[in-house]
Design a protein around this ligand. Structure first.
Ligand code: UDX
Ligand code: ADP
Length: 464
């Protein structure tokens, strides 16, 4: 029998868009997305599609099409679990902040809670799909929890890691390069995998649906991100070298990327990578390698993170050095707070680090981001615990209209590559600012020659 009812636990950046696209492409399947967070579910159900809890281009149209037809958002977790034939687990797996593996291992408490809840509630056989990024061999732990319930229900566990990038999630899902389905090589495992493969076959051709064993699937997710992050750290390492040799990192990236063996993607020098996956997945990989005593392997991947931290610090330091080694009392505008354009996600965003560095130097920081609300900016800074909440409030101003930001500022630092920054009227911004006026372009998106001709002093990563 094919799948009729899907339940997805976790209505976040992964679960929300993924289930919306499955519901859109499979009108014959009921998809219920559940979450403990009532406000989040209320926002998913908001009449006004501009109020969905996550911003993702094209998501509103997909939700608008499927919601109420075969796509539902609910807080009734038990009911949705019980009714489903297939349950996706899309809860968050942040890096552990306590105990063994602190700062490296993935915190699996949310996954374990889900497994216990499923085990308690289920009265019929279920296929459980790991969607969250998990350290290799998590499926084994899941299986043990599920099977120790003893109420006769059978569970088949599949790994189906997400490869969507935020900002392009809908396109990545609708036109995926590949989906991975990891399964046990047993009759039941193969049958369960077939049911999941059949779902994706509603819109993807068979050669894009890869079947592997569960451990390969789990490890592929971590390592795909590690390889991508490694490219960003590689080009960022070169950006520093370019700055001292007068090579231009964009030209170098173009030259490297034209080699078809290397290819053009993920070669944009930046203020450093952010997002919920890269750092977490690499730390996970490092932790797993260390656990097996593979120190050289661990050190190799850890260097990708060390390079990324260096790049963020280097950018912040550059700002201070250029402003005559003191930013105390100076007003610095940060354009962009999200970790990249076209998302309202700020997890591990380099902007947070840059702001923190500048605040420690007693700068006055003004933040503008087209999609991130002020509460999020303050919460991100408070989370660092570098200074008190009241100090963050008094030193940082968040504006919703960029025009309010520039007046009497000393410098602007572009931290996220939002397209709208490119079309600003830089002449009038220059007039509003104190002189000399500085622009620090962390993502190399602005026309530096034009800015220089207006009168700005400019720095762009990798261009000196
Ligand atoms: C990533 C993976 O791409 C996706 O497959 C996975 O499932 C989740 O993690 P995401 O975190 O949304 O997706 O963003 P991605 O587009 O991969 O970018 C990650 C970071 O690298 C961003 O901060 C981005 O700005 C930065 N980056 C990317 C660069 O600095 N330069 C580049 O050339 C590309
Ligand atoms: P991701 O980027 O992995 O999607 P998010 O943090 O955006 O991460 O989303 C994960 C969601 O999972 C959160 O909205 C959280 O409330 C939800 N969640 C975590 N644990 C549970 C649980 N046991 N039951 C239901 N929802 C959960």
């Amino acid at each position: 029998m094919s799948v009729k009812n899907i339940c997805c636990i976790g209505a976040g950046y992964v679960g929300g868009p993924t289930m919306s696209v499955i519901a859109q492409k499979c009108p014959h399947i009921n998809v219920t997305v559940v979450d403990l967070n009532k406000e989040r579910i209320a926002a998913w159900n908001d009449e006004d599609l501009n109020k969905l809890p996550i911003y993702e281009p094209g998501l509103d149209a997909v939700v608008g099409e499927a919601r109420g037809r075969n796509l539902f958002f609910s807080t009734e977790v038990d009911k949705a679990i019980d009714e489903a034939d297939m349950i996706f687990i899309s809860v968050n797996t942040p890096t552990k902040t306590y105990g063994v593996g602190k700062g490296m291992a993935a915190d699996l408490k949310f996954i374990e809670l889900c497994a216990r809840q499923i085990a308690r509630v289920a009265t019929t056989n279920k296929i459980i799909v790991e969607k969250s990024t998990l350290p290799v061999r998590t499926a084994e732990a899941l299986k043990r929890i599920l099977e120790n319930t003893g109420n006769g229900v059978q569970f088949d566990i599949l790994s189906n890691p997400e490869f969507l990038a935020e900002g392009t999630a809908i396109e990545d899902l609708q036109n995926a390069d590949r989906v991975l389905v990891g399964r046990e090589n047993t009759e039941r495992g193969i049958a369960a995998a077939k049911k999941l493969t059949d779902i994706y076959a509603n819109w993807l051709t068979p050669e894009r649906i890869l079947t592997t064993n569960v451990w390969s699937s789990e490890l592929s997710k971590l390592t795909a991100n590690a390889f991508l992050a490694q490219r960003v750290s590689s080009i960022n390492a070169l950006s520093e070298l370019c700055e001292v040799t007068e090579a231009d990192v964009n030209e170098v990236a173009r030259a490297i990327g034209s080699d078809s063996r290397i290819g053009p993607k993920f070669l944009k020098a930046s203020v450093g990578f952010g997002g919920s996956c890269f750092q977490k997945d690499i730390l996970n990989l490092v932790y797993i390698a260390k656990t097996y005593g593979l120190d050289e392997v661990a050190d190799y991947w850890e260097q990708v993170i060390i390079m990324n931290d260096h790049q963020k610090r280097r950018f912040a330091k550059k700002i201070v050095e250029t402003l005559f080694n003191t930013v105390s009392g100076k007003k610095i505008v940060l354009l962009g707070w999200a970790f990249k354009k076209d998302t309202n996600d700020t997890r591990e965003s380099p902007a947070i680090y840059v702001a923190d560095y500048l605040l420690s130097e007693q700068a006055e920081v003004v933040v503008y981001d087209p999609k991130v609300p002020s509460e999020k900016v303050y919460a991100d800074l408070d989370y660092l615990n570098t200074r008190s909440e009241s100090e963050n409030k008094s030193l940082v101003t968040v504006v919703s209209n960029p025009a309010e930001a520039f007046k009497d500022s000393h410098a602007i630092a572009v931290c996220t590559e939002w397209d709208e920054f490119k079309s600003y009227d830089w002449n009038s911004i220059y007039d509003d600012m104190l002189k000399p006026a500085f622009v620090f372009d962390g993502r190399a998106i602005l026309d530096i020659d034009n800015l220089k001709s207006i009168g700005f002093d400019c720095y762009s990563v990798g261009k000196g």
